[in-house]
Design a protein around this ligand. Structure first.
Ligand code: ADP
Ligand code: ZN
Length: 679
């Protein structure tokens, strides 16, 4: 069997496994039924692709995402692996090529859309195809209670039994019910070997900001990341359009995306996003499933997401290649009101609504957090973590104050007006403003009137927002959003508990956006040149740029500046096939055109010990070209002879003769054997 670490570097070009991958790969290769729960971007695909190469026969991969399948097949082919897919997006030629490869028996991975399983022809084809493993991506699609339910996924369990082969299931959805359902439906209730992998995404920078001229906040954020690919999630369809326009006017390449667009337009945006460098898409959450671009450098939320799970999934679309990526989530009192109303006015039953409010609370807790953002987020997923040192709150600890007194004043204003009013009017009362409404209702007679005139309207607004964030008050769906006090606030009102709030989100805007540099100033010009080279390759081949090399690989190239193919081969993301195809081109960008290219036989050995050996042998033969004393007829070995020597490492004169013939063995044999003995 091929060695996993060799395949990892030769085919995929990675020098080590990511956390968790090695164990999963081993279990899948051993032929165990496995269920792996890994966060988006954790590197799931490798966990079935690599075992597929180690095992005999064909691995069938089932995935609901056509674009993603086509992408993976393209990437596998670029790495020299025989792979194909059968989806509704195939042209006839593509499908014919897949069937031919199946007949010839050299196909290693076959990606199938679940709909295909409904066809008897597919089932027959699979029975004949020497399938040795089934891999199921997005396995949570088998859950009838989830958002992504795919009825055809219910056929997979049956397929596993018919083919009688191991099954490996992957998902990023961790909750216990979904897991149990996967076990029931895919594994016939037999507990598979299960891996639950961490949810931290250390390369993502997390930040939230209270809204304060939100459009400018988003534009500033994008401007600080000019030329980098990003997504702006918006709460409404209309906003996707207006923000995309504003971004374009600001000189960005931007477009919008939402579920109301016709399918053709949506597909066009998806295609542009996949292939263009540095495009910004302003989108609703409809832009999600299937967005698999690894080099998205930032995600911003122009409005508060729906839940903490939604937030995690959406920011998770940034930085899947592992290189640094930034996120920013804006939120305000209106967002909180909107999200609460959405839940209250939805069609879900009462229990579900309570659960949805709780999930929104978790997100609001994160938005209003006072200590490490990452720690707060991970604790929601049940993971203990230390403060990360690099989220917005770790970088700039917030200024806080004991807000018990103002909060009690606000609660009392709500109670004294029988929970009939919204924040605007309540703030007028607190600040002692003689408005018409105050006069008409006689609210100037309340004991709370003017009790809070030590703070501005803006400051009070921030306090009300934070009170909503801490779920002390909620809008009443039956009273057009009038605020009422929750049970949670009772202890504070009674003076049994105190509360600390942030002061800085009230008074000043966060400091200007950090400009994110992917590399030092010195390396930046080279990085742009490498990107241009990548774009040129991508355009000639009609593939997205990251299929050639992802950002992380280019960054490493710019920083380490490899001098030759051996050094180039050591860069993470450079496998044998890509070395052969692109090595020379990129080296030329790094070192200039004059960097000489070695013989193809030598090139094949690049990055291996045999490569160094080849060079030593080559030196020796040059020295001995005209014999020890330089008087004999010139004689030399071909590059492929040297490559053979370096790979096979003969130990005695006989073996050398066998490879080189007796004339060359006589001239060079002893010198070569000396070198090989020391290797
Ligand atoms: P997901 O778990 O979301 O399916 P992918 O399989 O698409 O994630 O992997 C995300 C990114 O991580 C890809 O760009 C992939 O090339 C990269 N990756 C996967 N494994 C490794 C590794 N061992 N070393 C470096 N990069 C890796
Ligand atoms: Zn932190």
């Amino acid at each position: 069997m091929l060695d996993a670490t060799d395949l990892l570097s030769d085919v995929f070009g990675f020098d080590q496994f990511r956390p968790g991958q090695a164990e999963i790969v081993e279990a899948v290769t051993r032929g165990e039924n496995t269920l792996a729960i890994m966060p988006t971007g954790g590197g799931k695909s490798l966990c079935f692709q690599l075992p597929a190469l180690q095992r005999d026969g064909l691995t069938v991969v089932i995935s609901p995402l056509i674009a993603l399948m086509r992408d993976q097949v393209r990437a596998l082919k670029a790495a020299g692996v025989s792979a194909g897919c059968l989806t509704s997006g195939n042209t006839e030629e593509e499908s014919d090529a897949v069937f031919a490869a199946l007949r010839e028996g050299h196909l290693k991975l076959l990606y199938l859309a679940p709909e295909r399983l409904a066809k008897t022809a597919t089932q027959d084809m699979l029975r004949r195809a020497n399938v040795s493993l089934i891999a199921v991506d997005e396995a949570h699609c088998v859950s009838q209670w989830g958002h992504d339910f795919r009825p055809d996924y219910l056929r997979i369990g049956q397929l596993r039994e018919t083919l009688n082969v191991p099954l490996a299931a992957f998902t990023a959805t961790a909750d216990a019910e979904t897991r149990a359902e996967i076990v029931t439906r895919l594994f016939d209730r037999q507990q598979p070997t299960t891996f639950l992998h961490g949810f931290d995404r250390p390369n993502l920078h997390l930040a939230f900001a209270a809204k304060n001229s939100p459009r400018k906040q988003i534009l500033d954020f994008a401007n600080a990341r000019r030329g980098q690919c990003g997504i702006v999630y918006c709460g409404t369809r209309a906003k996707t359009e207006s923000l995309a326009r504003a971004l374009s006017e600001d000189g960005h390449s931007a477009c919008h995306y939402h579920g109301g667009m016709d399918p053709e337009d949506r597909r066009r945006v998806e295609a542009r996003f996949a292939s263009e460098d540095g495009l910004i898409v302003a989108a609703t959450v409809a832009f999600g499933m299937g967005v698999d671009k690894p080099d998205v450098r930032w995600v911003a939320h122009a409005d508060l997401p729906k839940s903490i799970e939604g937030y995690y999934q959406e920011i998770g679309r940034a930085g899947r290649d592992g290189a640094p990526a930034d996120t920013l989530t804006l939120f305000g009192a209106d967002d909180i009101r909107f999200r609460r109303q959405q839940i209250d006015e939805g069609l879900a039953d009462a229990d579900r609504k309570i659960a949805d409010h709780a999930r929104l609370n978790a997100l609001l807790g994160l938005a209003e957090a006072l200590t490490c953002r990452r720690q707060t987020l991970l604790s929601y997923f049940g993971e203990d973590a230390q403060p990360c040192g690099k989220c917005d709150l770790c970088e700039t600890p917030p200024k806080t104050f004991d807000a018990t007194t103002p909060v009690r004043k606000a609660l009392s204003a709500i109670l004294r007006t029988d929970s009939w009013f919204g924040a605007g009017h309540l703030i007028d009362i607190l600040r002692g403003q003689m408005t018409d409404k105050v006069k008409a209702r006689g609210h100037d007679q309340l004991p709370t009137f003017g009790l809070g005139d030590d703070m501005t309207k803006h400051e009070w607004g921030a306090i009300f927002r934070q009170m909503m964030g801490h779920d002390l008050i909620r809008p009443n769906p039956d009273r057009h959003g009038a605020l009422f006090m929750t049970d949670k606030a009772r202890a504070i009102l009674k003076g049994e508990e105190t509360i600390t709030l942030r002061r800085d989100t009230i008074t000043k805007t966060a400091k200007g956006p950090r400009v994110r540099q992917l590399v030092s100033e010195e390396d930046a010009p080279l990085l742009s040149a490498l990107k241009a080279k990548r774009r040129a390759y991508a355009e000639t081949q009609g593939v997205p740029a990251y299929i050639i090399f992802n950002d992380k690989t280019l960054i490493e190239m710019a920083q380490s500046r490899p001098k030759d193919l051996d050094a180039f081969a050591r860069i993470s993301g450079v496998g044998a096939k890509k070395l052969e195809n692109y090595g020379a081109g990129f080296l030329e960008v790094i070192n200039g055109a004059e960097a000489a290219l070695p013989h193809p036989a030598r090139r094949k050995l690049a990055g291996q010990d045999a490569g160094d050996l080849f060079d030593l042998l080559n030196e020796a033969q040059t020295r001995l070209k005209c014999g020890e004393d330089g008087t004999h007829k010139p004689l030399s070995c071909s590059a492929s002879q040297l490559a053979k020597l370096a790979e096979l490492r003969p130990r005695d004169q006989m073996a050398v003769e066998h490879l080189l013939g007796d004339r060359r063995a006589e001239r060079f044999g002893q010198a070569f054997l000396d070198i090989l003995a020391q290797a």
